[in-house]
Design a protein around this ligand. Sequence first.
Ligand code: KIV
Length: 263
Amino acid sequence: MALTIADLHKKKAAGEKISMITTYDATFARLVEKAGIDMILIGDSLGNVIQGRPNTLAVTVEDVIYHSQCVMRGCSTPFVVTDMPFGSYQTSDEDGVRAGIRILKEGGTHAVKIEGGARVVPLVTRLVQAGVPVMGHLGLTPQSVNTLSGYHVQGKGGEADVIASDALALQRAGCFSLVLECVPRALAKRIQDSLDIPVIGIGAGPDCAGQVLVLQDALGLSASAPKFVRKFASIAELSTNALRDYAQAVRDGSFPADTESYH
Ligand code: KIV
């Protein structure tokens, strides 16, 4: 039985931190579930870490639905959120509602995530009314990388007040939670303290109700990662060494052994 929004809100009220990680396939979904992680995000970061693109802009609704289906075949207990990709909701609220409903119907996940503040409030309201739970995303919003002139810490100056008021507006519109990315620790604390809903931070310090990381960054599979990432393992090294051993064993004829053959 999957965690629910009510369970997440209870955790926040009890001061129990919420763990979230991005996942894009069934194999890792199984491991994430086994590790007891509360929430999974099928992030449009799949554009970077799965598709090898420089940013998330080319990711499509079809892409996120495909990866949502893969993840949902691998787990049943985490609460699973799918990113609404760039272009699926910026054109009109009608397009956004259609895309959100399609993602839940075809992807099978529990909620969608949308980047943006006041601009997306009418869409959040309509999605929630339509039965699509929405997670907000403020601070560094990677779909606006070109407008923001790159990936930088947000909310260091006057825009801190805008982010704080956007957070309140998203809660009022019905978001059950929001991601806060790459903002100063003090701003994240101010925002979490002003909200009832859980803020899930990434590069936002320890005062949020929960934390999210990109799976490949946390496992040490990414070529490079931002300052806020902690590498909890060195899977790239482990994998390269294992693959080198495999190649060597094939070359020197020690694999497959007789015991690895059929008789
Ligand atoms: O796409 C993604 O992985 C995200 C996280 C960085 C929060 O939005």
